[in-house]
Design a protein around this ligand. Sequence first.
Ligand SMILES: Nc1nc2c(ncn2[C@@H]2O[C@H](COP(=O)(O)OP(=O)(O)OP(=O)(O)O)[C@@H](O)[C@H]2O)c(=O)[nH]1
Length: 327
Amino acid sequence: MINQLQEKYQLSLLLLLGSVAMFGILPFVAIRYAEGNTSAVIIDIMLILGIVALVGYAYYSKRIRLISAVTALFINVGVVIVVIANGFESFFWVYPVFASTFILIKPIEALCLNIIAGVSLIVLSDIFNTVSLASYVITITMLSMSTFVYASHSAKQFRLLETLNTVDPLTGAFNRRAMNTDIQAALANAERNGTQPLLAILDLDYFKKVNDQYGHGVGDQVLKDFVAITTSHIRNYDRLYRFGGEEFVLLIPGISDDQHTSFIENLRTAIKKELTTPDGKGITVSFGVTPWQPKATIDTWLQRADEALYQAKEQGRDCAVFSNKER
Ligand SMILES: Nc1nc2c(ncn2[C@@H]2O[C@H](COP(=O)(O)OP(=O)(O)OP(=O)(O)O)[C@@H](O)[C@H]2O)c(=O)[nH]1
């Protein structure tokens, strides 16, 4: 989910950059052609085709990060070649290209690429017979540094926004918005690639008593402890979401059938052992578990897990019930 948000944003930037680059360079193809400068026409056309191909490939393949990095490299190498070939005529392209690099890759990577391209220009082109080297160094350094600061600040704010958008502020578990997106993706992946995701609803037993006996603050701490303990016992790509109150959803994207019971039982036992009230009384959790079934939707999948959870509560709590069989 987090990456999806960032990748959508990155793709829109890439599309914008592709359009700007295309409509910015296109008039120069006509100008160079009118001037009879064939090599410049060829270079400009290659730049346009290269950028359009990269942006198009990013759009269809969704390999946004990789293509953004290749595009950053492509436009920096491209601008160095263009300035070497065309001299002063193309010199001012250096500035928009250097600034654009910061919307394609991480600020520190963009800064390094700017430095390499900037120094390459000094070493390889004879432009500085016409342009003042000192002016170039000062202006390009100011541009790169100010864009670096802006891009770093913007990246930090973006991360904060992603966190606010996807994480439950009390417990640090992912929120329902993230859950809906991830479950949707897991279902699509199961239908398409035959993965076997598993879904469980985890509900703390007699949690009202914890609140009543120790106060809401302790209740909050127990919820945080529960998330920390659970997260420490699941794999990196398994996800825990706060469904509401003291109810959580666990999504395991891929696990073989024969591991379902042992995985859930190990997790349940670990939580039971580690989750306690401040005076050391154990807190148990009930599980409603449901393996993926073809044609499942978010609603039907959650509903089956919820029904299994209901049975677990009916059976006296502190147990896991699977939607199609009891364990
Ligand atoms: N401290 C705290 N309590 C919460 C929060 N959200 C929900 N609760 C409490 O969770 C309790 C849930 O109570 P019930 O639905 O009766 O469930 P339970 O007591 O755990 O009983 P069973 O689920 O049947 O075992 C209520 O007392 C809610 O006030 C929260 O964010 N913090």
